[in-house]
Design a protein around this ligand. Sequence first.
Ligand code: HEC
Length: 138
Amino acid sequence: MSKSVPFVLSALLMSSLLFGSGPASCAPPPPQKADIKRGAELFDKNTCSQCHLHGSNMIEPTKPLKGPGFAKKFPRDEQIAAIVRKGVPGTGMPSTGKDMLSDRELCDIIAYIRSLTPATAGAPANRKKATAKQLNSP
Ligand code: HEC
C-alpha cells in the first residue's frame, strides 16, 4: 500500500507537468467508458435531460449538444464547462455551480456529451484522402 504512494504522487506530478494546472480541464485522465456512463446518469440527475434529452435541445433546437456543428463550436472541453458553470443569461440555459455539480462530475457529463458525437464528425470529409495523397506524392 505505502509503496504505491510515491508512484501515485509522481503520476500526479507528471500529469500536472504535462497538462498544466490551469482552470479545470477534463483532459487528464482521458475519459473512460465508466465516466461516460456516470456522465449519462448525472446528465439525467442534474436536469440537463429536461431540456437536452439525448443531447438534443428542446428549447433552442438549433443548438443541440451533438453533431459536427457542436464539435466545431466547442472544440475544447473547457468551453463546455464554462457554459455549464455560467449558463446563458436570457435563455433557458441555467448556471450550475460546484454546490450542484463537482468538477469531476462536470467532466463526466462532458465525456457523455462528447460520446454523442463520433470523433471524426467534425473533420472535413476529405481529410483522409488528402493525407493519403500527400503521403503518395513524390
Ligand atoms: C431549462 C432548460 C435547460 C436546462 C435544465 C439545461 N439547459 Fe443547456 N441549454 C438550454 C438552452 C435554451 C440553450 C441555448 C442557449 C442559447 O441560446 O445560447 C442551452 C445551451 C447549452 C449548451 C451550449 C449549446 C450551444 O450550441 O450553444 C450546452 C453545452 C448545454 N446547454 C449543456 C447543458 C448541461 C450539461 C446541462 C445540465 C447541467 C444543461 N445544459 C441544462 C436549456 C437548458
